[in-house]
Design a protein around this ligand. Structure first.
Ligand SMILES: Cc1cc2nc3c(=O)[nH]c(=O)nc-3n(C[C@H](O)[C@H](O)[C@H](O)COP(=O)(O)O)c2cc1C
Length: 321
């Protein structure tokens, strides 16, 4: 164990519980619906000393690009009400370095992994995806973070356009495994973008990335964040995420959705599941408690036991019925 860190938490889901936690996202079967959210849990084993990453449904990496990327200037995080603004700017070592340095540790620990990738052009997405083509089967899916600026379209996000979203998804099929498209809530019709992603071959959509936002430091009379604008995450985003999942399910009932946004307890996780998500991701809550994801899973199981729910999967989309 690394010095100065907490003892690893026990496995999240008690083997004696009668509640079945297994879920499926398209062709991907997960032991349970709770995953980490990209960019909030590192690229590898950073949170493993605090919780058993192998006991989660999946560990989702920070978004990686085909080449190393320096990210935005500091400061990169600032509190915002009960949430947080970030402008990390997708800093990362690139896919090749991740394959060499980080993936072996994840494989050794038996961690179900989803690799999030990004690019500034469709070509860069294709390069990142192709580099993952020979990754082991424990990399169960590639999450295409289309909520990043498209250099070829005046820095508009790919996720703002159905056609650009579809082009990225097609480019990511070179990863030779299921593609999940991570969409932006900053659109007028998210169901249209989700349909474009699916039409291009995405097995699932991940709803949602952060909301465009910013904060101004009134003493300095300057934007708080080094990158000026940022993304809002955490509790204030939760209701937006529930609505996005609800709307996308209504437009295509039963099509796979992963819900993310302001999950911090059983109730917030179950809201997304009842709205139509087969799995959920925990992000900003991990900054307050690095074991948040496992605790959400434990709390969901307790809720189901108390309510006599035999299987978490039976709750998916239940609020529409
Ligand atoms: C510090 C930080 C970094 C993030 N980096 C990424 C990223 O690299 N790729 C991505 O798709 N989403 C990224 N996100 C968005 C989260 O994955 C998630 O969609 C969003 O924060 C909403 O979930 P939450 O409210 O539980 O945090 C980041 C969020 C935060 C707070």
């Amino acid at each position: 164990m690394r010095a100065g860190v907490a003892v690893r938490a026990p496995k999240a889901h008690s083997a004696t519980s009668a509640v079945s936690t297994a879920t499926t996202v398209g062709s991907v079967r997960l032991a349970n619906p709770v995953c980490t959210a990209s960019g909030t849990a590192g690229r590898s084993l950073e949170l493993d000393p605090y919780m058993d990453l192998a006991s989660l449904g999946a560990f989702v990496t920070k978004s990686l690009s085909a080449v190393p990327w320096p990210g935005n200037p500091a400061p990169r995080l600032v509190p915002s009400g009960e949430g947080m603004l970030n402008s990390v700017g997708l800093q990362g070592p690139g896919v090749q370095a991740w394959l060499e340095r980080d993936l072996p540790g994840l494989c050794e620990r038996g961690i179900t992994t989803v690799v999030s990738i990004w690019g500034r052009t469709v070509e860069e997405f294709a390069m990142a995806a192709t580099m993952l083509g020979d990754a082991p089967s424990s990399v169960v899916a590639v999450e295409a973070n289309v909520s990043c600026p498209n250099l070829e379209d005046r820095r508009k996000m790919f996720a703002h356009s159905p056609s650009a979203t579809a082009e990225v998804v097609e480019a990511c099929l070179g990863a030779k495994r299921p593609v999940w498209a991570k969409l932006s809530p900053n659109v007028s019709d998210i169901a249209e973008i989700a349909a474009a992603a699916r039409g291009a071959g995405a097995e699932a959509v991940v709803l949602v990335n952060t909301l465009l936002a910013m904060a101004i430091d009134v003493t300095r009379r300057r934007p708080h964040l080094g990158g000026v604008g940022g993304g809002l995450s955490g509790r204030p985003l939760h209701a937006v995420a529930v609505r996005a999942v609800w709307d996308v399910w209504e437009s295509a009932p039963g099509e796979p959705i992963i819900g993310v946004g302001g999950v911090w307890d059983a109730n917030s996780a179950l809201e997304l599941i009842l709205a139509g998500a087969s799995a959920i991701q925990v992000g900003t809550a991990s900054f307050l408690d690095p074991a948040a994801a496992v605790k959400v899973l434990e709390a969901m199981v307790s809720f189901c036991e108390g309510e006599g729910v035999g299987s978490v999967a039976e709750l998916v989309g239940e609020a529409h019925r």
